[in-house]
Design a protein around this ligand. Structure first.
Ligand code: PMV
Length: 332
């Protein structure tokens, strides 16, 4: 039989959490924005045989779907996405590439999941093998390519659970929707207006920090002193609420002190590190209006609020202080 299926490609951005990490796992609000300077990309390429192969070139791994362990995130995502689309996973290679550094709080896991789900949705919506089931799917949902944004976010969330037991869902949400989100666990997603754009420098400590470890350490600490941790989470939640209001009224001046206040609470929670503190200090000394860790902490990235006028000086100061790299992103 002639194989008319076309290779499909899709991508997904990285993300940063501006306010509210960790407390968001405990029901407080957090704010996250997509970062388009980095991205994950997936290409689904048809193959002549029935096999499904995963080609994760960045981590130099090429393996078959059926040989993957049950907790393999990419294999799980492929299986669940195909189940959602009502098709059997067979006869394609999934090529995955990403420019998002792994375990640095930039959402690399969720971005890979979203890119693959999008590419699979397109692949099965455009294929024309004469298979009536696939034809039916394509005819039913040609524009949505068989999956809604909500479906894609939910599929990525299932995989986030493999990365760490109790994900809030913020990563998959901001990456699937590709817009600033005010996120409260188990609540419908809320976007909000950025009244005045602002610049954030993102500086990599160079230290990989798996989210799972930081999140489970925080859980243990919370279990041993709930009153203290609940109070810290409340304070962080209030900071995230104030930050949303400031962003909506275009009050960029208010954001720096809120970032510093958030960082002070993250330090108390126990998720800062010497590398983070060094970069926070360097950014503030060079004129940043506020700085904090972003994501799980212990390593990963530091974010700093910068201006057009001082961004280059701050980028230089961050590199001199040991940042592995610095990206500047505009939040708008
Ligand atoms: O994936 P990361 O490193 O950005 O961490 C996510 C933020 C946490 O609040 C620490 C965990 C979560 O699930 O929200």
């Amino acid at each position: 039989m002639k194989d008319d299926r076309l290779a499909t490609t899709a991508s997904a951005p990285g993300k940063i959490i501006l306010f509210g990490e960790h407390a968001v796992v405990y029901g407080r609000p957090a704010i996250a924005v997509p970062v388009f300077q980095v991205h994950a990309e997936a290409t689904i390429e048809p193959r002549a045989d029935e096999r499904v192969e995963i080609d994760a070139a960045d981590i130099a791994r090429r393996y078959e779907l059926r040989a993957a362990p049950p907790d393999d995130p990419i294999a799980t995502l492929i299986e669940r996405t195909c189940a959602q689309l009502g098709v059997a996973p067979r006869g394609f290679t999934a090529h995955i590439r990403s420019t998002i550094p792994v375990a640095r709080g930039l959402g690399s896991g969720a971005a890979v999941s979203v890119a693959i789900a999008r590419a699979l949705g397109k692949f099965f919506a455009t294929e024309d093998t004469g298979n009536t089931e696939n034809k039916r799917l394509r005819d039913l949902a040609p524009s949505a390519a068989g999956l809604s944004i909500g479906d894609i976010s939910a599929l990525a969330y299932e995989v986030e659970k493999l990365h760490h037991g109790t994900p809030s869902g913020i990563d998959n949400t901001v990456i699937a929707y590709e817009q600033p989100v005010y996120f409260v666990r188990d609540q419908p997603i809320e976007s909000f207006r950025v009244a005045r754009p602002f610049l954030i420098a993102i500086a990599d400590t160079g230290v990989a920090s798996p989210t799972k470890i930081a999140v489970s350490d925080v859980r243990r600490a919370w279990e041993s002193d709930r009153a203290r941790y609940e109070a810290l989470f409340d304070q962080i939640g209030a900071i995230a609420r104030d930050a949303r209001a400031a962003i909506e009224r275009g009050d960029v001046d208010a954001l720096g002190p809120l970032m510093n206040a958030n960082q002070a609470r993250l330090r108390e929670i126990g998720v800062s590190s010497p590398e983070i503190e060094t970069l926070v200090d360097a950014a503030l000394r060079a004129g940043a209006r506020g700085a904090k860790l972003s994501g799980a902490g212990r390593g990963g990235n530091v974010i700093a609020l910068v201006d057009e006028a001082n961004r280059e000086a701050i980028e230089r100061a961050l590199i001199e202080a040991g940042a592995a790299r610095v990206i500047v992103t505009r939040v708008e």
